[in-house]
Design a protein around this ligand. Structure first.
Ligand code: ZN
Length: 140
């Protein structure tokens, strides 16, 4: 565990039609945000999210081909292979109020999306492969 201080704050809207995860990854790399938190709300035309199967140690891909609200989007930015890496989850709600969600994958087309990114300054935090989970995680 490290303590961090606040760096730059970014508040912006993603482009209509952008692919959520790649567009945000491009933004954080363009601005060289190496550590931080992400929150977002909005709506998408469709969604591709992952559910990590603990037994099989792989993501099951869930696809939704209809409009959904991003009720809540939460993520973080750290390093993986020396590059800024985005880890983003969303809760998605349909027209009946049913909610699903998961780990955001490429293939999630933005209708509208308002993003807040808070950069953190301090010791670098890098993801490495974790044998216990099969995931790339932070050191404990
Ligand atoms: Zn995840």
């Amino acid at each position: 565990m490290h303590e961090y201080r606040l760096g730059r704050s970014f508040l912006f809207r993603l482009e209509h039609g952008a692919d959520l995860e790649p567009a945000l990854t491009e933004f954080i790399r363009k601005h060289d945000i190496r550590l931080g938190t992400v929150t977002l709300i909005g709506a998408v035309y469709n969604a591709t999210v992952g559910y990590y199967d603990h037994e099989r140690r792989m993501y099951e891909i869930l696809k939704y081909d209809h409009g959904l609200e991003i009720s809540s989007g939460v993520g973080n930015i750290s390093l993986r292979d020396g590059q800024p890496f985005l880890h983003l989850h969303v809760a998605l709600t349909d027209e009946k109020g049913n909610t699903t969600g998961g780990h955001v994958m490429p293939g999630t087309k933005v209708f509208a999306c308002e993003v807040f990114i808070q950069e953190l300054i301090g010791a670098e935090l890098s993801r490495t492969f974790d044998e216990q989970t099969g995931l790339y995680l932070w050191p404990q």
